[in-house]
Design a protein around this ligand. Structure first.
Ligand code: SAJ
Length: 453
């Protein structure tokens, strides 16, 4: 057996050894498929460290903007626009809407959307399309890394077979394969890519080591070697963990309402107990990953008939919270002699997260739809979402209630005397503990807070 034969696979690792050398001296050519809010910063960071990077995206206008050094990513992403302009001007990054240039790439990451549908089934059309197109041009000995979040089992059952069948190469021989799930957050894309640890799941331990060599150029945090299924499990479990814990806080809030407690005070005192960290109850759970990843985590196990109960139940609790806000509003309006039907309601916050303009899976959308179904007139304000910006005091004019759905900083500074003066009926429903009862009682508002009985 020659010295470069791999004792795990019995395959000559020459290509992996040469790839590792190219990763060490940054002569490896990188490809990034999917130039969205994950792929674009990934491409920029590797280009900044000295790799030649080609980015591929199916949206021609996005490709054109990127090649002009203009970031297509909405929202405030510190440093991204400047970094993109820099790497484009240096000629280290080039974007294209064709896969042909990937034929020269030694490493290709795939960063495309991996949504679940209404029935919580993963929909991998974008991933499958990228894999088929990549397989057709895949270079001998190239390393393919899936960065998108995927259900445990997907690398083995979907990614590997498609790449082998479309490239005619065998994994660990004609190409190498790994999964390094991204851990980015809107508003902190570059900071997270540089500063948050990552799991490098390789088809073989040697592949995982090659991945670590690549990411070490960008990531100043732990890079943990693992196999692919572990990497799939870690990313989906970490977000399911958060979702279940938010659901726990939400259910304690419902208990507090029923028995006359204040969940915010309860949470504060619970968290004084060693090893407790109760999260924040709230008007709902939105965003691009927390509502989706729990379903990816449990998909394969459920398909095999394993009784999975807690994680779906937590999803149901969190999905019910915007509707619970409608119930709180209904009770508060009734106290003021009004009904939801015919009421004019000011919704404060449409983004899914405080101080963000991201509206993906926004709980406010669920609340607004329900209010309209019940015959209310809805006025939406959000200082970060362009279509809902405006003078909140003017928007409060003639409304019967204000409902706080998002804890934007601006809402913590509102002049409630002025809001009360503008409101037709003085009702405030607070879904994010933006106010204290003392603050609002002093201005004579009928105040209803999530989790305060
Ligand atoms: N939320 C609550 N209560 C909480 C925390 C969040 O109701 O205690 C709600 C938020 O209002 C929002 C939703 O949940 O609607 C999601 O909030 P999030 O803070 O989890 O923010 P995300 O969706 O951006 O989650 C990301 C995730 N990061 C990655 O997937 C890489 C998540 O794993 C992180 O834990 C989270 O950021 C974070 O810690 O900020």
């Amino acid at each position: 057996m020659s010295e470069s034969t791999n004792q795990h696979t019995g395959v000559d690792d020459t290509s992996l050894n040469s790839l590792q050398r190219k990763l060490a001296d940054k002569t490896a050519k990188l490809g990034v498929i999917g130039l969205g809010y994950v792929g674009l910063p990934v491409a920029c960071l590797f280009a900044e460290t000295g790799f030649k990077v080609v980015g591929v995206d199916i949206q021609a206008e996005r490709v054109a903007k990127i090649n002009a050094g203009i970031s297509p990513i909405e929202g405030d992403e510190p440093g991204l626009a400047e970094l993109l302009a820099q790497v484009i001007n240096m000629g280290m990054l080039h974007a294209t809407d064709t896969y042909a240039p990937l034929a020269e790439c030694d490493v290709i990451t795939i960063n495309v959307e991996t949504p679940v549908d209404e029935q919580h089934i993963p929909r991998y059309a974008a991933l499958q399309s990228a894999l088929h197109a990549l397989g057709a041009v895949l270079k001998e000995g190239a390393l393919v890394i899936i960065e998108s979040t995927i259900a445990p089992g997907t690398m083995a059952k979907l990614v590997k077979p498609i790449l082998e069948n479309t490239s005619g190469k065998r994994v660990n021989a004609g190409f190498y394969l790994g999964h390094c799930p991204e851990r980015v957050m809107p508003g902190k894309l570059l900071a997270n890519l540089r500063g948050v640890s990552r799991v490098c799941g390789g088809e073989t331990p040697e592949t995982a080591q090659a991945m670590i060599m690549l990411y070490r150029h960008v990531v100043q945090a732990d890079l943990d070697a693992a196999d692919c299924v572990t990497a799939e499990l870690v990313k989906t479990a970490e977000n399911a963990y958060r979702d279940v814990n938010i659901a726990f806080a939400n259910e304690v809030a419902l208990v507090c309402e029923a028995v006359g407690g204040d969940v915010w005070r309860v949470r504060e005192l619970v968290n004084k107990s060693p090893g407790r960290n109760m999260l924040l109850p709230g008007a709902g759970v939105g965003g691009h990953c927390i509502p989706k990843d729990p379903w990816l985590l449990v998909y394969e196990a459920q398909a095999q008939g394993v009784p999975i109960r807690l994680i779906p139940a937590a999803r149901a609790v969190n999905e019910s919270m915007p509707l619970h806000m409608v119930e709180l509003l209904d009770e508060a309006l009734e106290e003021a002699g009004k009904t939801v039907a015919g009421a004019r309601v000011l919704v404060l916050g449409y983004a899914y997260l405080e101080n963000s303009d991201d509206t993906r899976n926004s709980p406010s959308a669920v609340l607004v739809q329900r209010l309209r179904e019940l015959g209310a007139e809805v006025v939406i304000h959000d200082p970060y979402v362009a279509e809902y910006q405006g003078d909140v005091y003017e928007m409060a004019q003639g409304c019967d209630a204000a409902v706080v759905m998002v804890g934007h900083g601006e809402y913590r500074e509102l002049d409630w005397k002025a809001i009360k003066a503008a409101l037709r009926t003085s009702v405030l429903v607070d879904g994010r503990q933006v106010y204290s009862i003392e603050q609002v009682a002093s201005v004579g508002l009928t105040y209803s807070a999530l989790g305060a009985g």
